[in-house]
Design a protein around this ligand. Structure first.
Ligand SMILES: [Zn+2]
Length: 85
């Protein structure tokens, strides 16, 4: 995973729960945050995930069921296309 390249949005989505749990290595966290810096869509997605995890009672409850994950992905896509970035 740590190949030094930039994260894609897809990779960031995969890492969001680890990030919120503080489970990423310093290197991955740096790349994660570098991507957030330039990507409003992923910042919005991270905010949604954080709220979802808080609502679920903590990161331990963040084993999202597939439907929830899909719903988040859909709203993420909607955000991207509506902003056309
Ligand atoms: Zn992104």
């Amino acid at each position: 995973m740590s190949d030094g390249g930039e994260l894609t949005c897809q990779e960031l989505v995969e890492l969001v729960t680890d990030y919120l749990e503080g489970a990423l290595s310093a290197d991955d966290r740096h790349r994660f945050e570098a991507h957030l810096d330039g990507c409003g869509g992923c910042r919005a997605y991270l905010d949604q995930m954080r709220e979802t995890i808080l609502a679920a009672g903590g990161a331990a409850g963040a084993d999202l069921d597939p439907a929830m994950r899909q719903r988040l992905m859909d709203s993420f896509r909607d955000w991207r296309s509506s902003r056309d970035v």
